[in-house]
Design a protein around this ligand. Structure first.
Ligand SMILES: [Zn+2]
Length: 183
């Protein structure tokens, strides 16, 4: 087993990264019914009566609260704010089927901010291209805004060793820092 698949990313109920745990701990939480598996590695674990994949990302099934920190601007927090729904067609998608869209295109000076980024499915993203919603004949369901309800913790992990399965759940560039696990 490689080092990269021996660690599991623990998410809150709201898909916010909380900390990095060992896969053994993840299995314990799973057998206790405290988490569900969100992503898994290709590596099998053989137990007495079953073979399962090593969990890469697990999510707490009960609430986890921390107070009074601003919500981190991250891909997963954008998806959480938007309920994992494309903000143009309204379809709820898995993380793998979602991307994000600059409402005002970057080429027109649109910023990468809470107020200008929305969750988007790939078909709508392709249809919109680098046009405004009006030009593309699309309508936003809700005007994007900075959320106040997602508790926030920065996870620091080595950029060299972040498993691919974690990437959608970690913060955008600049928030993943060096060599420091278990925040
Ligand atoms: Zn869509």
């Amino acid at each position: 087993m490689t080092c990269a698949t021996s660690r599991t990313l623990l998410l809150s109920q709201g898909y916010e990264p909380i900390k990095v745990i060992s896969w053994q701990r993840a299995i314990t939480l799973l057998t206790l019914g405290k988490v569900e598996v969100v992503e898994e590695y290709d590596t099998d674990i053989r137990a007495v009566s079953l073979i399962i994949k090593i969990p890469a990302v697990v999510r707490l099934l009960r609430g986890f609260r921390r107070h009074a920190k601003p919500v981190k601007f991250s891909r997963v927090n954008i998806y959480a704010r938007d309920g994992y729904k494309c903000q143009y067609c309204g379809v709820r998608c898995s993380v793998a089927e979602l991307t994000y869209d600059h409402v005002v295109p970057r080429a027109r000076g649109g910023k990468t901010t809470w107020e200008n980024i929305v969750t988007c499915c790939y078909p709508c993203n392709g249809a919109k291209g680098s046009r405004t919603p009006t030009e593309a004949g699309l309508r936003l369901r809700v005007a994007p805004a900075r959320p106040t309800w997602v508790p926030s913790v920065t996870i620091r992990v080595s950029t060299r060793s972040v498993p691919d399965a974690w990437r959608d759940y970690l913060y955008w560039t600049g928030e993943i820092e060096h060599d420091d696990l278990e925040g």
